[in-house]
Design a binder for this molecule. Structure first.
Ligand SMILES: Nc1nc2c(ncn2[C@@H]2O[C@H](COP(=O)(O)OP(=O)(O)OP(=O)(O)O)[C@@H](O)[C@H]2O)c(=O)[nH]1
Length: 326
């Protein structure tokens, strides 16, 4: 019987030392009772130097409070528990050699805590199994990063880095719903560069693109962080001013109009300056949908163009005007 037990133990030890998982067994006082080859290789600590000693005394860079809590609850509940690299990238401060980067990098780890029973049937030890999941973690992180970039690209206009029309319209639809539900107005501003065709015809499309970029930069600098700006079409832009009345919105439109009028785009030795015409429409409860909101702002923009350009028109004022002339 003794011989069989010894043979079993011999086999078990061989398995433990050859699996690609770190195995640590500790007792209730955190004293190390097993420390396999994986742990020795990555920690640089031999089993002779750690066996029988308190785990936290030997490895002082462990997340002590957190890990002790985990171990305690494993003893208390008598159940296995698992922690993922996504909650805590690594527990043991190990590096692993990366064949891709050619250097050593942080080892991402999953950890399983298993309660172990003594011959008397009580939970006397806990086994920590450490799995190296660096490859999975790196792939997943890379995939997440790529998805983030793709999402950004799908929402962004390439020339101006403002929102593109599709995403900006989605924001407008959401803002419309928010106004409807809370009955608090926001203001929509549509604006368009004046005589832009002439800029293209005179200076060429590259210079025209430069003008669009400068206008976008001025817009970015002039709007508030919470305002939502997008490139609606070629040289037409839309800005949503949340929680803003059209009266307040006019401080923004006037500042924007003046700044764009003063901005210069240098093409060779010549400098181009452009103006913009704006249409403003504050949300009001009778609006049927966001498309109508857009239509009204566009209508106001059209009046600005008709009235000589380089100016703003507020849709409310337009309604009053129409009433007066009726
Ligand atoms: N360079 C450049 N030009 C563009 C772009 N998108 C649209 N355009 C040009 O913008 C011009 C718009 O011309 P129109 O719609 O006639 O308007 P406008 O000349 O600005 O005249 P008003 O709006 O009435 O003041 C056209 O010549 C388009 O080719 C772009 O991305 N880059």
């Amino acid at each position: 019987m003794n011989e069989i037990t010894l043979a079993d133990f011999h086999l078990t030890m061989q398995v433990m030392d050859n699996i690609d998982v770190g195995v640590v067994i500790i007792d209730k006082h955190y004293n190390v009772m097993a420390w396999n080859t994986f742990m020795q290789a990555y920690s640089g600590i031999s089993s002779d130097d750690i066996m029988g000693r308190n785990l936290f005394d030997v490895l002082d860079d462990l997340p002590e409070e957190w890990l002790k809590n985990k171990i305690e609850s494993t003893f208390k509940l008598g159940m296995r528990s698992f922690t993922s690299w996504e909650d805590r990238p690594s527990i043991f401060n190990f590096s692993n050699f990366s064949p891709i980067s050619g250097g050593s990098e942080l080892m991402y780890q999953n950890l399983i805590l298993t309660p172990l029973k003594s011959l008397h049937g009580d939970f006397s030890h806990v086994c920590l199994s450490v799995t190296d999941v660096s490859d999975i973690a790196k792939n997943k992180t890379h995939l997440r990063e790529s998805n983030k970039q793709l999402t950004h690209l799908s929402m962004t206009d390439r020339l101006t880095q403002l929102y593109n029309r599709g995403h900006w319209e989605t924001c407008l639809a959401e803002e419309f719903e928010r106004c409807r539900q809370t009955q608090t107005p926001s203001t929509l501003v549509m604006f368009d560069i004046d005589h832009f065709k002439k800029v293209n015809d005179t200076f060429g499309h590259v210079a025209g693109d430069g003008v669009i970029r400068i206008v976008s930069n001025v817009l970015r600098r002039t709007k508030r962080q919470s305002d939502i700006a997008g490139r609606y079409g070629g040289e037409e832009f839309g800005v949503i001013l949340p929680y803003t009345s059209s009266d307040m919105g006019q401080y923004f439109t006037e500042r924007l109009r003046q700044r764009i009028e003063q901005a210069r785009v240098n093409v060779d030795v010549r400098s181009i300056n452009v103006t913009i015409s704006l249409g403003v429409c504050e949300w009001y409860p009778e609006l049927r949908n966001y498309e109508q909101w857009l239509e009204h702002a566009d209508k106001a923009l059209y009046i600005s163009k008709q009235s000589g350009r380089n100016q703003s028109t507020v849709f409310e004022a337009l309604v009053e005007q129409e009433k007066d002339t009726a």
